[in-house]
Design a protein. Structure first.
Length: 59
């Protein structure tokens, strides 16, 4: 990532963080740090779906 001479470091860091967030690189690294069984993934997805429905219909 290139930046101009005299540009504030805060602005450059903010642009860098935005670029990293958009690339989803951090999410991929965290995702591969531990192995999650398929049954556990399915269970987690069911729990999330139930929670979303609970929130949707209890407002």
């Amino acid at each position: 990532m290139k930046y101009k001479k005299g540009e504030y470091i805060d602005k450059v860091l903010k642009m860098y963080r935005k670029k990293m967030d958009k690339s989803d690189l951090i999410k991929e690294v965290k995702k591969h740090q531990e192995y999650i069984k398929h049954s556990q993934k399915r269970r987690n997805n069911l729990i999330k779906a139930r929670y979303k429905q609970f929130i949707k219909y209890n407002i």
